[in-house]
Ligand binder design. Structure first.
Ligand code: Q46
Ligand code: ZN
Length: 423
């Protein structure tokens, strides 16, 4: 009723009262204070006859409704349901084994922290990796704090790269100078730095927090533009094809954004609720919006779309992403040309501004090259205009010579750029 009165689609939010989740049947007292937290996506069934929903597994009053599974769960059974989805993803897709060293990209957002939490609970050797992107002062500080607090609480190892201190630029600066779209450079930077960290610091697998909503939105964007080479790369596992490319996996691809949000709340994990200040430029949002409309009318649409692609269509695109790779002459990372897109982008930051009339053409041509490279090196944008996950796995370094140093005091480590680096 409250949500109806506020004209809020209940499928896109979670209602929280004193760190507890409320289902839509629960009544509020006048004195109750509730938080209506936007989480995007999801859905919910009512109990039989319109009564309160019961947990499908144990029959206790439900806490979380999962419309796409036509089910509702109590807190314990919901956590179990989410973990089962992740276990199924890891096992069915042969993502990694208990002996592998995992590097988990963490942004401070709900998806990546929920995933890190689950992997640690499952007993994996999972180190977190956070890049301070500086898409906004406050946002950057808070995101880092969320990751550090989580690492401390779980006594887990966290590696941090500070873009400003270690690489000499900030995404906010790029947004301000207007030479490139922030999300385009940000996506490129994250892919480059995560790949660097994974391949140079001895990790077997790079793990990202892309969820079902992210994957369905990316697939929709790619299908609308028939970007077959990007469609071919939209798999939950991207194998390493050479020692400069990390194996990448997405264990949350079976879990929706609303479900990871509910998981973090029920587990008492603090995450950064605010969106990245530069998110307005993220074109994946419009595909997410479109899918949310469909999901609200037909729960299960996103799952049907993405799982259907994996089961029935992915094999049709096999090989569409094949390109010849070589080592970047500047940094040694894989690239389709002489100089990789990251090195080119960094150089461009140092060059004089493009005259106003020529700026569009210059930016467009660089983006086009990057898009071509993305097919081969997977360090660049996943697909034109569609940035990976809204969650900054947010969704990172591989310049030969970069090094990581562990900080003993808080269990974190910082990558530092080499002094003779491209910047
Ligand atoms: S962090 Fe970066 Fe996202 Fe912010 S600037 Fe865009 S890509 S929105 S996933
Ligand atoms: Zn390079």
């Amino acid at each position: 009723m409250l949500l109806e009165r506020l004209q809020i689609n209940p499928e896109t939010v979670l209602v929280i009262r004193e760190a507890d989740l409320l289902t839509r049947e629960e009544r509020l007292a006048d004195a109750d204070e509730v938080e209506i937290r936007p989480v995007i996506s999801g859905g919910a069934p009512r109990g039989k006859g319109g009564g309160p929903a019961k947990c499908r597994r144990c029959g206790e009053p439900a806490k979380v409704e999962v419309a796409r599974a036509n089910a509702a769960f109590c807190a314990d059974c919901f956590l179990r349901y989410v973990r089962n989805q992740v276990t199924k993803a890891i096992e069915e897709q042969k993502m990694f084994s208990p002996s592998d060293k995992l590097l988990v990209c963490v942004s401070g957002g709900k998806d990546s922290l929920a995933l890190w939490d689950m992997l640690l609970d499952m007993g994996y050797d999972a180190t977190g990796y956070h890049i301070v992107l500086w898409t906004g002062e406050e946002y950057a500080n808070e995101s880092r704090v969320m990751c550090e607090r989580f690492a401390e609480r779980r006594a887990a190892q966290l590696v941090v790269t500070d873009l400003k201190a270690d690489e000499g630029f900030t995404i906010e600066q790029i947004a301000r100078e207007g030479r490139r779209t922030p999300c385009s450079v940000c996506g490129l930077t994250k892919r480059y730095l995560t790949n660097y960290a994974a391949t140079h610091d001895g990790y077997d697998v790079l793990v990202t927090g892309h969820n079902l909503d992210d994957e369905a939105a990316t697939l929709l964007g790619n299908a609308l533009h028939w970007q077959t080479e990007y469609i071919a790369r939209q798999m939950p596992v991207l194998p390493s094809t050479n020692d400069r490319l990390a194996r990448k996996v997405k264990p949350l691809y079976r879990v929706s954004e609303r479900e990871t949000a509910a998981y973090t709340i029920l587990r008492g994990i603090d995450y950064i609720v605010e969106e990245c200040p530069l998110v307005a430029g993220n074109t994946a949002l419009r595909y997410k919006d479109a899918l949310n409309l469909l999901e609200a009318r037909s729960p299960g649409t996103k799952q049907q779309f993405f799982f259907g692609y994996l089961d029935k269509a992915a094999h049709l695109f096999e090989g569409a992403d094949r390109v010849e790779l070589r080592a970047c002459i500047e940094c040694g990372q894989s690239t389709t040309g002489e100089v990789c897109a990251y090195c080119r982008a960094k150089k461009q930051l140092r060059t004089p501004r493009v005259p106003r009339g020529r700026r569009t053409a210059a930016v467009a041509s660089l983006d086009r090259e990057e898009r071509l490279e993305a097919v081969g090196e997977d360090i660049l944008p996943d697909e034109p205009g569609v940035e990976p996950g809204l969650e900054p796995v947010h969704d990172m370094p591989s310049v030969s010579g970069m090094s990581g140093t562990a900080s003993e005091s808080v269990g974190t480590a910082t990558h530092t750029a080499r002094e003779d680096g491209p910047l």
